[in-house]
Design a protein around this ligand. Structure first.
Ligand code: ASP
Length: 340
């Protein structure tokens, strides 16, 4: 039987055109992409497309969009060997992280890609990205998919999606995975980094989760941060979880006033996760006194998780676990290879 890939088009620059009146880029339909990439017809695979009715700029992505994507994948899971998701770059790392949590027992490739220049521009990066992403989604070894993970392919690298961050608004290599190696690199050939690729843990059927709890927020610490503002944030009605971006290896100011705000909120049931503002490396709260004192407030160590992975994981766990203890326990563990 032919290898088969489903291309899901959600929007993003790859399919955008200039609005003649305003000069801004707005999403167009998939027919434009097909017209610009005749090479799609050269693949020997069975290639189908599922186009979102109203393609979006990915800045408008919401959890309901992820639930929709997870459902499309579930409904088509047995019909295709792999999936390519065309998506805007702005929030691609959030979507790839969220999907990695929402799809349990995944054993097929889900490859996100997009472009920095629209597909109809002469120097577009979209063509290369979409063609290589399809090739990767279809790649098998001994009848098994080579990359059974949620990934991002961009320019010439394939990354584990929940390890990525959009790091450039202008370069073609828009994504980085600072704390985990690339899963593949494409040149004349696509070279896979096999030891880095996750092996499916079980042969259970794919299970999807479509609920995310949005009672979460993020907070970036900076010198001079106003403790009264922190107090207001931590005491927001309905807040259940917060991802705090701290200095270096997880350090914060140590004034009594600052630490007391966190201690009280955490004692009252808030889940607070400590990740670093540095992109390379990990939170280690025992390294400095400033970290140890913050740890004593009850904050949880998020080690080397990206902000994108941490916030989507928190939303996912809060929506799908009954107790705070379960959430606290799972947030520190690797669910889909998102934490070292
Ligand atoms: N604003 C666009 C989006 O994220 C940017 C892109 O696709 O590169 O949809």
């Amino acid at each position: 039987m032919d290898t088969s890939v489903l291309v899901i088009y959600t929007g993003g620059t790859i399919g955008m055109k200039q609005n003649e009146k305003t000069g801004t880029l707005v999403p167009f339909d998939f027919a434009e992409i097909e017209k610009e990439v005749p090479e799609l017809k050269k693949f020997k695979y069975k290639l189908d497309t599922h186009s979102f009715k109203n393609p979006i700029d990915s800045s408008n992505v919401e959890p309901s969009f992820w639930a929709n994507l997870a459902t499309i994948i579930k409904n088509n899971y047995d019909l295709y060997d792999g999936f390519v998701i065309l998506h805007g770059t702005d929030t691609m790392s959030y979507s790839a992280s969220a999907l990695s949590f929402m799809l349990e027992n995944l054993n097929k490739p889900i490859i996100f890609t997009g472009s920095q220049l629209p597909i109809d521009s002469i120097r577009t990066d979209g063509k290369e990205n979409i063609l290589s992403a399809i090739e990767i989604a279809a790649s098998q070894c001994g009848g098994k998919p080579i990359v059974p993970e949620v990934c991002i392919f961009f320019e010439n690298k394939l990354f584990r999606g929940n390890r990525t961050t959009k790091h450039s608004a202008e370069n073609f290599n828009a994504f980085r995975s600072y704390n985990y190696p690339a899963l593949a690199e494409s040149g004349v050939e696509i070279k896979y980094n096999l030891p880095a690729i996750a092996k499916p843990k079980s042969h259970k059927v794919l299970k999807i989760y479509t609920e995310m709890d949005t009672s979460v927020t993020g907070l970036k610490i900076f010198p001079g941060i106003n403790c009264d503002f922190i107090d207001n944030i931590l005491n927001m009605k309905g807040l259940k979880g917060i991802v705090i971006e701290t200095f270096g290896s997880g350090n914060t100011p140590t004034s009594e006033k600052f630490l007391a705000k966190f201690k009280r909120a955490i004692d009252n049931g808030l889940i607070a996760l400590n990740i670093s503002q540095c992109q390379v490396g990990s939170v280690e709260m025992e390294r400095y006194e400033t970290g140890i004192l913050f740890k004593k407030t009850g904050v949880i160590c998020g080690r080397d998780m990206t902000f994108e992975a941490a916030i989507t994981k928190l939303s996912f766990l809060l929506a799908n676990n009954k107790t705070f203890t379960e959430v606290k326990d799972k947030i520190q563990k690797s669910l889909r290879g998102e934490i070292s």
